[in-house]
Every structure is written in C-alpha cells, then in structure tokens.
Design a protein around this ligand. Structure first.
Ligand SMILES: Cc1cc2nc3c(=O)[nH]c(=O)nc-3n(C[C@H](O)[C@H](O)[C@H](O)COP(=O)(O)OP(=O)(O)OC[C@H]3O[C@@H](n4cnc5c(N)ncnc54)[C@H](O)[C@@H]3O)c2cc1C
Length: 209
C-alpha cells in the first residue's frame, strides 16, 4: 500500500493540555535558540478541545511558566475561586460543614480558577498555531512506527473504512508522519501508550497508574 510520508522534527500525539503545552514550549525554545524546528500535532477529536472533559478547577502555575503574560494574552481563566466549602454527608438529608483548618491543603482552591478545560485547550491550540505548530484535528494516531527498536513516528488512521472493514469509495490510507522525536500525550489511557508501556516495559517495578 502506498502511503503519503511527511517528515518533521517533532510529532506530538494528542491535543490536550500536555501535548499543546509541549508543542508551544518546543517552539519557544527553538525561537530562543534562533533555530527552526518543524512540529506537528495530531488530535483525534474533530477540533482541539472536542475530547477534553470540560469542567475543571485549575492552578495557573504551569500556564504562567509557559506564558507569563497569559492574562494580557486573553487566556480563558476568567472565574477565580472565591471560596471553598467541604461537606461531610451524614445522611440523605443532613451534612456537616468541615471547618477550613481541617481540610487538607491540596483541597484548598484559593488562587485557582474555575475553567472550561476544553476552552483552555482551544486557546492553547491557537497559541501553538501562532508559534508555527502544524495542528491536524480529526487525525488519530493509529499505530507507531518502530524500526530497529526506535520510535520513528506514527501512522494516522485510514479514512473511508466501512463498519465491516471494507473500503468505501472515499477510502484513503493513513499517512506516515515521521519524526526525530515523537511525543505521546494521549492522556492517561491512550491505546498507543498502553502498547508502548508493554513494548519498553515502562511499568516494570513501578506502582500501577
Ligand atoms: C472527572 C475528571 C475531573 C477532573 N478535574 C480536574 C480539575 O478540576 N482540575 C484539574 O487540574 N484537572 C482535572 N482533571 C484532570 C485533567 O483533566 C487531566 O490532568 C488533563 O486533561 C490531562 O491532560 P493531557 O493532555 O495529558 O490528556 P487529555 O486531556 O486526556 O488529552 C489527550 C488528548 O489526546 C487525544 N488523543 C488520544 N489518543 C489519541 C490518538 N491516538 N491520536 C490523536 N489524538 C489522541 C484526545 O482526544 C485528547 O484530546 C480531571 C480529570 C477527570 C477525569
């Protein structure tokens, strides 16, 4: 089967907060070093943010490291947390409010923001594109390319395949996206991640995820 082949310096699988931040940071570092790096990101959702579980309370520390002026840049973190209340449910009808001092520190949200993580991801996607990252929404990484024990990129899923596996008229074989570095940022249950964990025994002697 003849596949289109495209070559990049870096291919990133997954357009969630991790993949998009990686893409932005690589481009920032390349810019600082006065060099050109080609970075491509594939996201299986129809658009960046489409598959991101939305409601979240987030800390802005990592975002501030990536974009110190995120506020002026218009990042969609618009609702600061004004208060936290934790209740202990004693029955179907009754609850006791836990005093502030008794709540463990990681559960305090002072200074955090209530966001749509989908919108934050969309915004990160825009910043990545502004920095020159090529983003391909609607493209899933179906398999990785493994040659001589080294990951050489990914193959995107075939298009135009019927439910019974037959090829429709619109059939198009997936593309080979080859790269010097491939970053897997599929989230915690990515199907390629699972294969890679087995392939390279990444979980050997580790606690389960
Ligand atoms: C119920 C719940 C509530 C949460 N609440 C909070 C909260 O309040 N605050 C907080 O900070 N965090 C929260 N989190 C955690 C937060 O959602 C994750 O830490 C964060 O989304 C991880 O980002 P990620 O980029 O690693 O992965 P993900 O956000 O999972 O992104 C992975 C992306 O990769 C894409 N993808 C996957 N496989 C492929 C493939 N093969 N090819 C192409 N694309 C692919 C997916 O479509 C997705 O867009 C919550 C999580 C859950 C489940």
């Amino acid at each position: 089967m003849q596949r289109d082949v495209m070559e990049y310096d870096v291919v990133i699988v997954g357009g969630g907060p991790a993949g998009l931040s990686t893409a932005c940071r690589i481009k920032q570092l390349a810019e600082e070093a006065g060099t050109e790096l080609s970075v491509c990101l594939v996201e299986k959702g129809s658009e960046v943010g489409a598959h991101i579980l939305s409601g979240a309370v987030i800390e802005d520390r990592a975002l501030a490291e990536l974009f110190p002026d995120w506020k002026e840049m218009g990042a969609p973190l618009n609702t600061p947390v004004k208060g936290d209340e934790v209740y202990f449910l004693t029955s179907n009808e009754k609850a006791v409010k836990t005093p502030h001092f008794a709540i463990p520190k990681p559960m305090h949200n002072d200074g955090n923001y209530i966001v749509s993580l989908g919108n934050v991801s969309r915004w990160l996607g825009e910043q990545a594109e502004n920095l020159g990252v090529e983003i391909y929404p609607g493209f899933s990484a179906a398999e990785y390319i493994l040659e001589d024990g080294v990951i050489k990129g990914i193959i995107t899923g075939d298009m135009g395949v019927a439910a019974d596996g037959s090829h429709k008229d619109s059939y198009m074989p997936g593309m080979e996206l080859r790269a010097k570095y491939t970053v897997f940022a599929e989230g915690c249950r990515g199907h390629l991640g699972k294969q890679l964990i087995a392939e390279y025994k990444l979980d050997e002697g580790k606690d389960p995820q």
